[in-house]
Design a protein around this ligand. Structure first.
Ligand code: ZN
Length: 150
């Protein structure tokens, strides 16, 4: 394992063990529920939107380490962002996890998202890693509607 992927592994394990912004957000304005039936990942994402800005974001639920770490990292990145910025980050994340393994990720541009570069080596895990992001987008665009990766 390279030094970088070892570090990434540690970040993912840490977020899985101590998820950030975890639990219900009682006064949320937007929410959605996401399932990944292939793995059994199941999360709720809750947001407090102030106009176009994500004032607060939480998630709750259960799933594998990758899905939980991804949801946790996502919440830390999206708090305070606008809807457009959130969509842009989702696109960057999606491009990363679906890019060819031999392509070196642009760590400066990706920031914390770069820890998910290793997911590319396990194609079945791409849905785990993307679930929270799809759920967040559904909450913002189609408040209250559930999403499934299938
Ligand atoms: Zn999973």
């Amino acid at each position: 394992m390279s030094e970088a992927s070892e570090l990434y592994q540690q970040v993912i394990l840490d977020h899985n063990k101590n998820p950030r912004n975890y639990g219900d957000l009682p006064s949320h304005t937007h929410s959605s529920e996401g399932y990944n039936p292939l793995c059994g990942d199941h999360y709720h994402v809750y947001l407090i939107m102030d106009g176009d800005t994500i004032k607060d974001i939480h998630f709750a639920g259960t799933g594998c380490a990758i899905s939980k770490a991804s949801a946790s990292v996502m919440t830390t990145l999206l708090k305070g962002k606008t809807r457009a910025q959130a969509e842009d980050l989702f696109k960057q994340f999606h491009d990363l996890v679906t890019s060819p393994v031999e392509q070196t990720p642009d760590e400066d541009a990706l920031g914390k998202l770069a820890v998910f570069a290793g997911v590319r080596e396990y194609p079945s895990r791409v849905k785990c890693a993307s679930l929270a992001w799809h759920t967040m987008k559904a909450a913002v665009d189609k408040n209250g509607q559930a999403v499934s990766t299938e």
